[in-house]
Design a protein around this ligand. Structure first.
Ligand code: AHR
Length: 336
C-alpha cells in the first residue's frame, strides 16, 4: 500500500491537471535497502539482483546502503530510510535478534518492511520474508556427507567447521542442521570458529586449524564459498590435500560461480546452494501490497545441491529423497 501522502499527491495531480497525463515520476516507488555488506560473491549477486530489479527503468528509486557487517550502522540506515519517508524498506538482517524497536518505528511510520535472505527471530513486524532455509542446507550437507563417506568406506569423520558471522541466521541454521546430523551419526566435531563469511577469515581460521589439529581431521566444512577459497589457500600452504580422493573432504555453501568452478576442478567435494536472487520475489510482494493484497509471510527460495558425478549420492532429509545436480560447464555458466 502506497503511503497516504503519495496517494493524495497523485489524486490532486489528477484532479488539477485533467488534460495532462500524470507524469511517470508520480508512479515511482521509493525503496530503502539496508544490505549486510560486501563480504562474499553471494552478497555481490544479492546486491546486483536488487539493483537490477529495482532500477529507475523499472519505476523504482532505490536507496542502497552497504552496512559493512555493522549491526548499528544497519539500524541507522533503516532509521534514515524512515526519515526519507520511503515507500518500502528492505532489510537483510546482519544478525537475527534486536530488531523489534526499529521495526516498530517502521510500523509507526506506515512503511512496510520486507526482510530478505536471513531471518529476524525476535519480531514479526514485517510484511514478508523471502529467503533460504539455512537449517535444511545444513541437514543436506550432513546427510550427503554420511552417504558419501559410506560409499567411500570412510568410517571415522573428524570435522572442522569454519562458520559464518556469529548470530546471523545463516550461521545458526547451517550449524544447527549439520551438527544435528553429526550428533545422530556420532561424528567427531573437533572445532567450530567463525571466518565471518570472508575469504580472509576462512584463511586465518584454517591456518590456525592446520597448526592446532595437524593430521587429526578429514572433513572441513566452510559455511560459504569465500571461506572455502581462504581455507584452500591455508591448506595449500600447509601441504594438506583436499577434494575427492585426498586428505580432506571439503564442503561449502552458496554454490556461486567460483565455488562451482572449484567443484568442477575437484577441489570442493560438494557445494550446497544458497540462492541470492530474491529480488524478483520481493517485487511480487510489493505488487501485492500495492494492490491491497496481503502477501505470504514467508517465501522460501528454491536451492540445489551440487557435486561432480562421482560424488553424487542418494540421501534423504527427514524421509524426503534429495536430488543432486551434477556440475558441468553449462551449470556453471548459468550460475550467478
Ligand atoms: O546470508 C547468506 C550468507 O551471507 C551467504 O552464505 C554468505 O555468502 C553471505 O555472506
Amino acid at each position: 500500500m502506497r503511503k497516504l501522502s503519495a496517494i493524495i499527491v497523485t489524486a490532486l495531480a489528477a484532479a488539477l491537471l485533467p488534460a495532462m497525463a500524470v507524469s511517470a515520476s508520480d508512479d515511482v516507488i521509493s525503496i530503502g535497502f539496508a544490505q549486510v555488506g560486501h563480504e562474499s560473491d553471494w552478497r555481490t549477486a544479492s546486491t546486483k539482483s536488487c539493483q537490477d530489479v529495482f532500477s529507475a527503468e523499472n519505476g523504482y528509486d532505490l536507496s542502497f546502503v552497504d552496512c559493512d557487517n555493522d549491526e548499528a550502522a544497519q539500524k541507522e540506515a533503516v532509521r534514515s530510510f524512515i526519515e526519507q519517508d520511503v515507500d518500502y524498506i528492505i532489510i537483510d538482517p546482519i544478525i537475527a535478534t534486536g530488531w523489534d524497536t526499529v521495526l516498530t518505528e517502521c510500523e509507526d511510520a506506515g512503511i512496510p518492511v520486507i526482510v530478505i535472505d536471513r531471518t529476524i527471530d525476535d519480531s514479526d513486524k514485517y510484511a514478508a520474508w523471502v529467503g533460504s532455509n539455512f537449517k535444511t542446507e545444513g541437514l543436506a550437507a550432513g546427510e550427503w556427507l554420511k552417504a558419501y563417506a559410506d560409499k567411500q568406506g570412510i568410517e571415522e569423520l573428524n570435522v572442522l567447521t569454519i562458520s559464518g558471522s556469529t548470530g546471523s541466521s545463516a550461521q545458526i541454521g547451517r550449524s544447527e542442521g549439520f551438527n544435528e546430523v553429526a550428533e545422530k551419526y556420532g561424528w567427531n566435531l573437533i572445532d567450530e570458529q567463525t571466518g565471518d563469511f570472508t575469504e580472509a577469515g576462512g584463511q586465518e581460521v584454517m591456518e590456525n586449524y592446520c597448526k592446532s589439529y595437524e593430521g587429526q581431521f578429514n572433513v572441513v566444512v566452510c559455511q560459504n564459498d569465500n571461506e572455502a577459497f581462504g581455507a584452500m589457500t591455508a591448506m595449500d600452504n600447509a601441504g594438506v590435500t583436499y577434494g575427492p580422493g585426498n586428505d580432506v573432504i571439503l564442503i561449502s555453501y552458496d554454490a556461486c560461480t567460483a565455488g562451482l568452478e572449484d567443484v568442477k576442478a575437484g577441489k570442493i567435494t560438494a557445494d550446497f546452494e544458497c540462492n541470492p536472487l530474491a529480488a524478483p520475489f520481493v517485487e511480487e510482494v510489493i505488487k501485492q501490497i500495492e494492490a491491497g493484497e496481503t502477501p505470504e509471510k514467508e517465501v522460501y527460495m528454491v536451492e540445489h545441491w551440487y557435486a561432480l558425478e562421482d560424488q553424487v549420492v542418494d540421501f534423504e532429509i527427514d524421509g524426503v529423497a534429495q536430488e543432486m545436480t551434477v556440475v558441468t560447464d553449462e551449470v556453471i555458466e548459468a550460475q550467478y
